[in-house]
Design a protein around this ligand. Structure first.
Ligand code: PMP
Length: 363
């Protein structure tokens, strides 16, 4: 990972001196199964409505700061009011703003690694302390008792459902307990929720948990990681905070137009999600059948797989087969683990064949 030069280390704010920027380890490859994107092409009719919306969007005017039309469409999608929704430049911007608003010096966020590493990165940028309650080493389930014990001594909490990179969902009854135990807001990051079983979302708790914040994104199931659009759902006074601290024009006119067309066309995107779920089951079964691998069930569009020589296998997949997957073997608790995004049937076949061949060779 890149580090700052000595000159810059001396010039930046002291708490930024040791920062190591997020590195998505991206190398252009024929098959990219490394970033949990949706690799299925958008249906032609949906792409046509997005293109028409973009073509009809004037570029000379500033965007609507609160993405009014999109906000109303998203609220309708969730059976909520527009006051329950704040749109952002990807989920990442909203995660950062969550820590900026509710974290900060002298405060602590409850975090449950192994999980999305951006949480700790944004905590360090905003000088927020981190209270880690680690997941079970074998199953990656949350340590619910330890979390409930820690929560009263923290100021905000983030948990991911389904969790990236382990795939575990979080139960709604536990989220409700955590919301009662935590004095500040509790964010449930549902970036991958559309790939999970029916009823896994904790949306239904919004009415009874006034400190619950749910994060969603168009980067995964909606197949639109490139447009950078995410949103939070929460009580109106929580949303007012997100609205107040955001960079006014962070969601540009083209993103608002494309996102609106995509959200309106959501019914047409359901079949790709169903295919990902079916392919996930097929990939899981194939990987489980190989005794050299350990693989965990997942509710997301990815699978975590442990093997010997994981980093080497990942490099060989990249360099010899032009297939990119994500290496997590450097992360505590994820030794020997690669994360594989579920792709199209053809991509998954190629991945399985290449992985098997490389494991045979390494054998
Ligand atoms: N949360 C989780 C758990 C993620 O994995 C990601 C993307 N990798 C995000 C949030 C942010 O997604 P985006 O900024 O593309 O909306």
């Amino acid at each position: 990972m890149a580090e700052l030069s000595d000159r810059m280390r001396a010039l930046v704010q002291p708490h930024l001196a040791g920062i190591e920027p997020y590195d998505p380890s991206f190398t252009p490859c024929r098959i990219n199964l490394s970033a949990n994107e949706n690799t299925y092409p958008l249906p032609a009719s949906v792409r046509a409505s997005v293109d028409a919306a973009l073509a009809a969007t004037p570029l000379n005017r500033y965007p609507d700061p609160l993405s009014g039309e999109l906000r109303c469409e998203l609220a309708a999608r969730h059976g909520l009011a527009p006051e329950n929704v704040c749109v952002g430049n990807g989920g990442d911007e909203l995660l950062f703003n969550f820590l900026l608003a509710f974290g900060g010096e002298g405060r602590r966020v409850l975090n449950c690694p192994p999980c999305f590493s951006e949480y700790e990165f944004f905590a360090s940028l905003t000088r927020t302390g981190v209270r880690n309650v680690r997941r079970d080493r074998r199953t990656f389930e949350l340590d619910e008792r330890a979390m409930l014990a820690a929560a009263p001594h923290t100021n905000l909490a983030i948990l991911t459902s389904p969790n990236n990179p382990t795939g575990n969902p979080v139960s709604a009854s536990f989220v409700a307990q955590l919301c009662r135990a935590c004095p500040g807001p509790v964010m449930v990051d549902e970036a991958y929720i559309e790939f999970a079983d029916e009823g896994v979302s904790v949306e239904r708790l919004l009415g009874s948990c006034p400190n619950l914040v749910i994060l969603r994104t168009l980067s995964k199931a909606f197949g639109a990681a490139g447009i950078r659009c995410g949103y939070v759902l929460a009580a109106p006074d929580v949303i007012e905070v997100f609205a107040a601290i955001r960079q006014i024009y962070s969601v540009n006119v083209l993103t608002q137009a494309a996102a609106l067309a995509l959200v309106r066309a959501r019914a047409e995107l359901a079949s790709a999600v169903a295919q990902v779920r079916a392919e996930r089951a097929r990939l899981l079964a194939a990987l489980e059948a190989d005794e050299r691998l350990e693989v965990w069930p997942s509710q997301g569009n990815f699978l975590l797989v442990r093997m010997d020589e994981a980093s080497r296998i990942r490099e060989r997949l990249r360099d010899e087969r032009s297939i990119l997957v994500r290496d997590f073997s450097y992360a505590s608790g994820l030794e020997g683990c690669l994360r594989i995004t579920v792709g199209t049937p053809e991509e998954n076949d190629e991945l399985l064949a290449a992985l098997t061949a490389l494991l045979d060779e390494e054998g």
